[in-house]
Design a binder for this molecule. Structure first.
Ligand code: FPP
Length: 224
């Protein structure tokens, strides 16, 4: 059985689900938040230590302003209404991505991160305004400035996922097979599961099915 510490997820398909069932992309994002809660709860059941969720990419700024505003409102509400519950569940929340948001959101994020910083049941890395290429360039620049030896071990210290083991599993829902600028360095040896279901429809049992499939994979890491 493979050890499992870190699951990363590209939560794709909210917009399509929303249009199909509610005639509104934003309704899909709202429903996607319920799946987030389901997966957090099941991650705790499964004793997963790190859950990294791709909530907003650097490329998502190209979307209509109405949708962007809605997503950030959802995020604000999530931080205001769920943080006490997450804290009670002993969950640590960390935001990865460039944190140049509104004053209000930056404040909420800082409060949430500070409040939950000592928790150790599950760490949720919420990727917001995240782009892996930007993360890599910033890391290279920092490493060069420090005049450190350029090697893999040193490089990892400058990533936003510093001190976090690479994901063993990446799940992408929504029936699309691409990485969309997500954790390009960290996914080098990750087992990737592309799921047909749209994110709002992704159930606890779908999640468990992927985890069980992973446990049976023979991981060679280049060996035989
Ligand atoms: C991708 O689906 C999803 C997003 C860009 C947003 C993800 C956000 C959530 C799941 C809810 C907010 C989460 C938190 C934690 C506050 P898409 O819109 O690209 O779907 P499509 O491919 O069908 O258009």
């Amino acid at each position: 059985m493979n050890p499992l510490k870190h699951v990363a997820i590209i939560m794709d398909g909210n917009g399509r689900w929303g249009i199909k069932y509610k005639n509104s992309r934003n309704a899909g994002h709202r429903a996607g938040l319920n799946t987030v809660q389901r997966i957090i709860n099941e991650s705790i059941n499964q004793k997963i230590k790190y859950l990294t969720l791709y909530a907003f990419s650097t490329e998502n700024w190209k979307r209509p302003k109405k949708e962007i505003n809605y997503l950030f409102k959802l995020l604000e509400n999530f931080l205001v209404s769920r943080i006490d519950e997450l804290h009670k569940q002993n969950i640590k929340l960390k935001i990865i991505g460039s944190k140049n948001f509104s004053l209000k959101l930056n404040k909420l994020i800082n409060l949430a991160e500070k409040k939950t910083s000592k928790n150790d049941k599950l760490q949720i890395n919420l990727a917001i305004n995240y782009g892996s290429k930007t993360e890599l360039i910033i890391a290279f620049k920092k490493m060069i400035k420090k005049k450190e030896n350029i090697n893999e071990k040193n490089f990892q210290k400058y990533l936003q996922t510093k001190n976090i083991p690479d994901p063993e599993i990446l799940i992408r829902t929504g029936n699309t097979k691409r990485l969309s600028n997500f954790l390009l360095w960290q996914l080098a040896y990750t087992e990737i599961f592309f799921e047909k279901k749209l994110w709002p429809a992704f159930s606890k049992n779908d999640f468990k099915r992927v985890l069980n499939k992973f446990k049976k994979v023979k991981r060679n890491f280049g060996s035989i």
